[in-house]
Design a protein around this ligand. Sequence first.
Ligand SMILES: Cc1cc2nc3c(=O)[nH]c(=O)nc-3n(C[C@H](O)[C@H](O)[C@H](O)COP(=O)(O)OP(=O)(O)OC[C@H]3O[C@@H](n4cnc5c(N)ncnc54)[C@H](O)[C@@H]3O)c2cc1C
Length: 383
Amino acid sequence: MDFKLSTEQEMIRALCRNFSKNEIMPIAEELDATGQFPYEVWKKMGDLGICGIPFPEECGGGGLDWLSMIIAIEEISRGDASLGTSLVDSVTLPMNLLCTLGTEDQKKKWLMPLATGEKIGAFGLTEAQAGSDTSAIRTRAVLKDEEWVINGTKQFITNAGLKHNSLVIIAAVTGEEERGRKKVSNFIVPTGVGGYNFGQKYNKMGYRSSETRELIFDDCHIPKENILGNPDKGISQFLMALQTSRIGFAAHSVGLAQAIFDVSLSYAREREQFGRAISKFQAVQFKLADMAMEVELARLMVYKAAWQKDQGQNYFAASTFAKLFASETAKRCADRGVQIHGGYGLMDEYPISRYWREVKFEEILDGTSEIQRSNIAKRVLKL
Ligand SMILES: Cc1cc2nc3c(=O)[nH]c(=O)nc-3n(C[C@H](O)[C@H](O)[C@H](O)COP(=O)(O)OP(=O)(O)OC[C@H]3O[C@@H](n4cnc5c(N)ncnc54)[C@H](O)[C@@H]3O)c2cc1C
């Protein structure tokens, strides 16, 4: 067993860590306060090749592996979880689907500008009645005169409506299979096409500079060729992408948990009570020790899942374990971190209070903890 990262992976880590420290962390507080997406930072990430790491060079990517991408997501999220979530949602879902299923023309037209960071992608599965139960989607697509006509509403869609958002890949019902199950296909819907409108940006308690919106499709016409991959396999296609995004979100949680550990450690060293730094008290030391151990364990689980994906192995179990454990690790770390900060941890001036708001998202987005546990239980019980 070899735990050593490759030279490229180490370089990606160093690049993203420096970028995060110098360009993202200093403005994270301001981004949270203003709720403005940092276009300039995204552009720089694109110029550095961060947005397209695992995609082929001919598609504008870096031609590296998914583990490298996962390391980049961890480091960017360590700087700002809000920006990290935009990265996860663009890379692991729409870009991943385009790369895996797209025709050469689709890759050139749609994937390339996403991989270079010129544009940002979105993925629309969730609807009002279809959250954890993705089979309940109602958005429909009907083929009429060589065009798909889409009607329905998606909700909670990240990155949609940003000024450089070029597309959303949506799942829509196209018919019924023999046993009455819905037939679902995935479609590339370009921003700006007639009949496709955005709702107002949601006002969220965290990830405030990553935009999340409702999408309304009202007789939205898109070209016939905007269907993605095999039209009969829409469900397994988006489930495949969700497996990758689970590793992405798990890496995101590790980055956030690491940031929480970092600020808690430095606060514990600086803050004095009873004439000494609070880091001298065993009760505080044990919290830091547990945080350090759990962050490292979560990181190993995430890297293993990414490695299995890169090896072409089945990574369903590894990605589910990683998502569940890493998100709950971030939550536990935030709890301990606020406790270490005492009353100051409840004040907006300290980043720990923002982290506290943000960690709750980790347990809900991209499959709640309950859904991850159910999936693990089904496996171990062979249900
Ligand atoms: C900020 C944000 C960004 C998002 N971005 C996107 C995006 O880009 N694209 C997209 O498609 N979606 C996106 N989502 C949707 C997100 O993935 C869903 O919110 C999530 O999957 C949960 O669905 P829900 O909110 O409808 O909760 P529900 O499914 O209504 O769940 C409510 C509660 O019931 C529990 N529950 C439900 N079913 C079961 C069950 N079978 N067993 C046990 N417990 C159960 C859940 O665990 C949860 O505790 C985003 C959401 C948010 C908040």
